[in-house]
Design a protein around this ligand. Structure first.
Ligand code: PGA
Length: 265
């Protein structure tokens, strides 16, 4: 795992946006896996700013989001569809027909959404780069602890902890969904490359367990240890519980030196 410890959440946002920009420069028709929540907000702002002042384009790009609540309409301001429109899609030149969330459309059986979504991802050639946040309990997408490490897109019941963490977004507890449809852990692991962002001290334990603990469905993000191409962007607070942080910083120094040598040779 490429573990990059940055000074603050703004630097994490800048580095995350740069990774997406670099990919789109190399591959304008890239398939991006996107995340919602508090963590990627600043990265989307960076990306919109970069879009506005450069020639970058999302016209040929495709996106697949990790998850969507079940039981609220796409137009509901609290849906992840609305979040994506508001925070990114409305401000860039992406084709709406190229944006995907695991939404249960009117009349659709919720149990059919997962297999349909998997097929849509396959039909677009798979995900080039998947962006992830991490829950305080180590979830990725809404794959809560005890999720099968081989799971595919499906309906999941949220933990009480996750519901409490997202309670502030809903007017009243009764309107807050307890179910979601999420990409599975195996779906996420199929992405060619993964970018995990974590900021804030409340993520420190999940980050430590996922990077330095054993691979276990109790900390779903720990499966990323098995992926060949993962970059973890952390601010100082999220990295604060890592035992080997000095080593990770040293690895980054060595990497910079090696790249400079290669460039100068
Ligand atoms: P957050 O959520 O970015 O709002 O902390 C992350 C997650 O639950 O995956």
């Amino acid at each position: 795992m490429d573990i990059v410890i940055l000074k603050d959440s703004e630097q994490v946002a800048v580095a995350g946006a740069r990774a997406l920009q670099d990919l789109l420069t190399k591959k304008p028709d890239a398939v991006l896996g996107l995340a919602t929540g508090r963590t990627p907000l600043a990265m989307y702002r960076q990306l919109v700013a970069a879009y506005e002042k450069s020639s970058m384009s999302f016209r040929d790009a495709t996106t697949f989001n990790l998850d969507e609540y079940l039981g609220i309409k796409p137009a509901d301001p609290q849906s992840y569809r609305s979040y994506m429109q508001r925070e990114l899609f409305d401000d860039i030149d992406i084709e709406m027909s190229n944006t995907h969330l695991p939404e249960c459309v009117a009349g659709e059986n919720p149990l059919d959404v997962g297999p349909r979504y998997e097929e849509e991802i396959r039909a677009r050639g798979g995900i080039d780069l998947q962006v992830l946040g991490i829950g305080q309990n180590g979830h990725i997408g809404f794959n809560e602890p005890s999720s099968s490490l081989s799971s595919r897109t499906r309906v999941k019941t949220l933990t009480r902890e996750t519901i409490a963490n997202n309670r502030e977004y809903f007017d009243d507890a009764a309107s807050q969904p307890q179910l979601a449809i999420t990409m599975g852990i195996a779906t996420i692991m199929d992405a060619n490359e993964i970018l995990l962002l974590a900021t804030g001290a409340e993520k420190a334990e999940a980050v430590r367990q996922s990077i330095e603990g054993p691979v276990s469905s109790m900390w779903p993000a720990s499966i990323l240890q098995m992926h060949e191409r993962v970059t973890v962007l952390l601010d100082e607070s999220a990295a604060s519980a890592l035992e080997k942080r000095d080593y990770y910083n040293w690895v980054q120094d060595q990497k910079r030196l090696l790249l400079a040598q290669i460039e100068n040779s």
